[in-house]
Design a protein around this ligand. Structure first.
Ligand SMILES: Nc1ncnc2c1ncn2[C@@H]1O[C@H](COP(=O)(O)OP(=O)(O)OP(=O)(O)O)[C@@H](O)[C@H]1O
Length: 252
């Protein structure tokens, strides 16, 4: 299977006023086409840095970063990104927010508008197209962010703790929703999270990073059947996988 994302021996050092900070050291990982990979690790270990490298928002200090087998030289059309905060423009409607990348990427507006409506349908917000972000819940705003990420039909989705700011029930709802969307669209996904449960529930594979400078210290295949239901959170096999991952963290 070909790789949607490859990091090979990647190092990243930030230059700060207080000297250099080695964020990543010899990180190698792959996301295969259509694969859902979760990246788990303690705070500050370099997870967001990995995502920024994959998104072309930062250049690597050492090593190689490739998306769709091409070196990453800057933000590109192959990738779509969502962050913890959906960063919607408050003076634009839901539909206009989803359409934002159309201008930057030079997409034909009529086609983009049609696709934006289809994506709002996909994320369950068809009836809210004309609303403004302040009229939506946090979970609904994050779904707008997901629709916006999908507008230009990227092959690789980069998601940086997209559900972290939500309450537990909204998080569970969005996990199910993301699983459904991924099942329909079969994009390749790198999903960053602090939540072991979220990682095991969603992913085909979970990668664990060490404390800074981050390295990959575990690569665990999650062979649970799909689609996964919330009942699975109490399943013995599910809990054993969570326990296996929890051993890497001090509070295990
Ligand atoms: N722009 C920057 N300039 C200097 N240092 C940075 C910068 N961004 C991140 N760092 C440092 O690099 C390290 C890794 O940060 P990063 O945000 O990638 O970690 P993370 O695992 O995503 O953390 P968290 O889970 O808390 O979001 C941290 O020590 C952080 O302080």
């Amino acid at each position: 299977m070909s790789a949607a994302l490859t990091l090979h021996d990647v190092g990243l050092t930030y230059a700060t006023r207080r000297g250099e900070i080695a964020a990543l050291d010899e990180v190698s990982l792959q996301v295969a086409d259509g694969e859902f990979v979760a990246l788990l690790g303690p705070s500050g270990c370099g997870k967001s840095t990995v995502l920024k490298l994959a998104a072309g928002l930062l250049p690597a200090t050492r090593g190689a970063v490739q998306v769709a087998s091409q070196p990453v030289c800057g933000p590109g059309r192959h990738t779509g990104v969502v962050f913890q905060k959906p960063n919607l423009l408050p003076w634009k409607t839901v539909l206009e927010n989803v359409l934002l990348p159309a201008k930057t990427l030079g997409l034909p507006l009529a086609d983009a508008r049609q696709r934006a409506r289809e994506l709002l349908e996909l994320v369950g917000l068809a009836d809210f197209a004309a609303d403004y972000p302040f009229e939506l819940s946090g979970g609904m705003q994050q779904r707008v962010g997901i629709a916006r990420m999908l507008l230009h039909d990227p092959e690789l989705l980069l998601m940086d703790e997209p559900f972290a700011a939500l309450d537990a029930l909204s998080r569970e709802g969005l996990m199910l929703e993301l699983q459904r969307i991924w099942g329909q669209q079969r994009k390749s996904v790198l999903f960053i999270t602090h939540s072991i449960q979220e990682a095991v529930f969603l992913a085909d594979r979970v990668l664990v990073m060490s404390t800074r400078p981050g390295k990959i210290i575990e690569d665990l295949t999650i062979a649970l059947p799909r689609p996964r239901s919330l009942a699975m959170l109490a399943d013995e096999h599910f809990m054993a996988l969570c326990q296996q991952l929890r051993r890497h963290f001090a509070c295990a």
